[in-house]
Design a protein around this ligand. Structure first.
Ligand code: BGC
Length: 737
């Protein structure tokens, strides 16, 4: 009896002494780990290699990643379809954390072998649309809904948001990103992160930094001045990291000034951690870079998705002393500190039961908030119940989002034809039937949609007789023009891609000459060159990639059920050649895999306003069905304050932008820059709202400039403009600082 008691007491004592994640300090946990456990902790365990990214010329081709799965200790399919898993050390209570994409919603497989249940997620609008809402609260709600789905489906860390600057309109992943302006990108990302993390799961803000093209993304060497890095390419990340504390950061594939981002100690340790105070861990992008030891030393703590080769290399480096143990220990500690916070570590049982209906409503609401009305001769809003001749494949096969890691396996998508019909519009039936038949016949020959490739039918050719026949039934035509966007490739400055195709132009002309009212709806991830389209139409709605409720949300705007309040987070140039980075996009002339950011700070509106070149639709521009008047602009020592009056016929919301002209501390600076913004509530016709716009941020000083001595504020006179767009300055004040 005494012996038994003694044995039990010893057991209790032993288990109390055994280090456990969450109960023991991470220092002690790391002390208790073997070298192999430490190495495996810094390497993901998902070895199912579907698509290693293409590498740049001259870069070691590692398409032969060993994918044997031999290092997989736990099942790599904890949540089928997730992007990767961490390493578990059960004896220390360390679980294998699940990482899943992505920016527009959780990306996991919707069906599982031998399981009747479905695991669909909500497809929210793409990043650019979220940013076009200029509404941090709405973005936060999207984040909350995505975080909730992640949590309920057993995902610990969401691989989002994507927030690289939209340097050039051809960048293939622009749709996942937010803006050409770092303040808009940073605020949008911070709201998204706060929303997701409020649900108890982590985020991985990506891709740090300057992931601005898909061409040779794995090895492209970007030559960028420190001033442009600090003021543009890092600035949004700085804001998001400081204001929202993402649990993790994902480093980018590319090199910056000769060094891979994931091997860059200056980037990941000196700036991200020491300057900005980031205290989570950094993971590589999938298969990013190729020197695991340098990655560890730089502060890239986790290598994803993980290969046996990386394990071997790291074990070898520890043995030889090339990787000091204290470096590895630091990497492991940073990971464990975050792992301890995950739902999996907390023993939370996930139930796979998100409220998809409620989230669809959130998706629809923000989709309508972020669409941008570019042109309207008064034809919009449409009277419901009317008859519509709907042209263009994208009217019947509307695209909710892009492909690649930003894809979402949603339960359904609402196409525009369906959205119009649901709202009581009638379609010209023979035309609708011809389109539907064409699309289904073509799709029958194409492979099934799958996240990496979303096949779309070739655009139906429309004869002039079809146009005339439709015009006999109604005087209203809606012409959709669309482009799929996706990871893995950029757009090209060619007809049918960034430019309209000859057929699209011809269709617009034919429709214009046969219909009294012509509305163009753009269903694209990134803007196209739209010069001449306004002349051939009465209204243009930039609907972006609006998520699974696309058709309903577009119809909400067309019918006036929602008054548009989205504004452009990017400039739309009249001509591609007007954009300074067009001379250095992809690779710089005569170079193999180098791109020189010669435009420096002259990105987007910073260039257009400074050079006096008029964009077709300026940054910050967007129409409403009502009009607004600004007055009483002042700075109260803390906030910008002004009165916005609705001077038009219907209730609406207005995005007010504050631009600053700073005394310049160096050459080649933009004349004005966005320094704050706000969005009113819904204001009734004839009513006013006094809006307060946060002038000083806790994270960055929008008035500072990067100089050779670091951030500096110039002293002198600053001119502030309250504006409806970067080209529409309404009221201004001077302040001496
Ligand atoms: C993308 C990341 C993504 C990862 C995991 C990579 O190809 O660049 O954005 O999170 O895959 O799917």
């Amino acid at each position: 009896m005494i012996m038994k008691k003694y044995a039990i007491a010893t057991l209790i004592l032993l288990s109390a002494c055994t280090p456990r994640l969450g109960k023991t300090s991470v220092d002690k946990l790391v002390d208790a780990m073997t070298v192999e456990e430490k190495v495996r902790t810094v390497v993901g365990t998902f070895t199912d290699i579907a698509t290693p990214p293409p590498v740049a010329p001259g870069v070691k081709n590692r398409a032969d990643y060993p994918g044997s799965g031999e290092n997989t200790v736990v099942s790599r399919n904890q949540v089928p379809g997730a992007a990767g898993d961490g390493y578990a050390v059960p004896r220390l209570g360390i679980p294998a954390v699940v990482y899943a994409d992505g920016p527009a919603g959780v990306r996991i497989d919707p069906r599982r072998d031998g399981d009747e249940a479905t695991y669909f997620c909500t497809a929210f609008p793409s990043g650019t649309l979220l940013a076009s809402s200029w509404d941090p609260e709405a973005v936060e709600q999207v984040g909350e809904a995505i975080g909730d789905e992640a949590h309920r489906y057993g995902v610990d860390i969401l691989l989002a948001p994507g927030m690289n600057l939209q340097r050039n309109p051809l960048t293939g992943r622009n749709f996942e990103y937010y803006s050409e302006d770092p303040l808009v990108a940073g605020i949008t990302a911070a709201s998204y992160i706060k929303g997701v993390q409020s649900q108890g799961v982590g985020t991985s803000v990506k891709h740090f930094a300057a992931n601005n093209q898909e061409l040779y993304r794995n090895g492209i060497n970007e030559i960028i001045s420190e001033r442009a890095l600090r003021e543009l390419y890092f600035r949004g990340f700085e804001l998001a990291v400081k204001e929202a504390q993402p649990w993790t950061v994902m480093s980018s594939y590319n090199k910056i000034n000769g060094v891979y981002a994931s091997e860059d100690r200056w980037l990941l340790t000196d700036i991200l951690r020491n300057e900005w105070g980031f205290d989570g861990f950094v993971m590589s992008d999938w298969f990013g870079a190729d020197d695991p030891v340098e990655q560890m030393k730089a502060g890239n703590d986790l290598l994803m998705p993980g290969t046996p080769y990386q394990i071997e290399e790291l074990l070898e480096a520890v043995k030889s002393g090339a990787l000091p143990m204290d470096v590895l220990d630091t990497n492991v500690k940073r990971i464990l500190q975050i792992v301890a916070k995950t739902p999996r570590a907390q023993g939370i049982v996930y139930k796979n039961d998100p409220d998809l209906e409620a989230h669809a409503a959130v998706s629809r609401r923000i989709a309508a908030e972020g669409m941008v009305l570019l042109h309207n001769d008064g034809v919009l809003p449409l009277k419901t119940g009317g008859k519509v001749a709907l042209f263009g494949n994208f009217g019947y096969d509307t695209q909710p989002g892009g492909s690649g890691s930003g894809y979402v396996n949603r339960a359904y998508k609402v196409t525009l034809d369906k959205g119009l019909e649901d709202a009581g519009f009638q379609l010209v039936a023979p035309l609708a039937e011809a389109y539907r038949n064409h699309i289904s016949a073509e799709k029958a020959l194409l492979p099934e949609e799958y996240f990496w490739v979303v096949p779309t039918a070739s655009e139906k050719k429309v004869s002039i007789d079809e146009v005339r026949a439709a015009a006999r039934e109604t005087d209203l035509a809606v012409v959709t023009i669309g482009r799929m966007s996706g990871e893995g490739g950029d757009l090209s400055a060619a007809e049918g891609d960034y430019f309209l195709s000859a057929e699209e132009k011809q269709l617009l002309k034919d429709v214009r000459s046969n219909f009294k009212k012509v509305v163009v709806v753009l269903n694209t991830g990134a803007p196209l060159e739209l010069t001449g389209v306004a002349e051939l139409s009465d209204a243009i709605l930039l609907a972006w990639l609006p998520g699974q409720e696309a058709g309903h949300a577009i119809t909400d705007i067309l019918s006036g059920a929602v008054n548009p309040s989205g504004k452009l987070p990017v400039s739309l140039a009249s001509h591609y050649s007007d954009i300074p980075s067009s001379r250095n996009f992809g690779v710089s002339e005569g170079e193999l895999n180098v791109v020189r950011y010669e435009e420096d700070l002259m990105v987007g509106y910073r260039y257009f306003t400074t050079a006096g070149v008029r964009p077709l639709y300026p940054f910050g521009f967007g129409l409403s069905y009502t009009t607004f008047e600004y007055s009483g602009f002042r700075f109260d020592g803390k906030d910008f304050v002004l009165t916005v009056k609705n001077t038009g016929p219907v209730p609406g919301r207005e995005v007010v932008q504050i631009y600053v002209e700073k005394p310049a501390l160096s050459e080649g600076r933009p004349v004005r820059e966005l320094c704050a913004y706000g969005k009113t509530d819904v204001i009734d016709p004839g009513s006013s709202q006094e809006i307060r716009i946060q002038a000083l941020r806790p994270s960055i000083d929008p008035l500072a400039q990067w100089t050779t001595e670091g951030w500096k504020r110039a002293s002198g006179i600053y001119r502030f403009h309250a504006a409806a767009s970067s080209e529409d300055l309404r009221v201004s004040i001077n302040l001496t600082l």
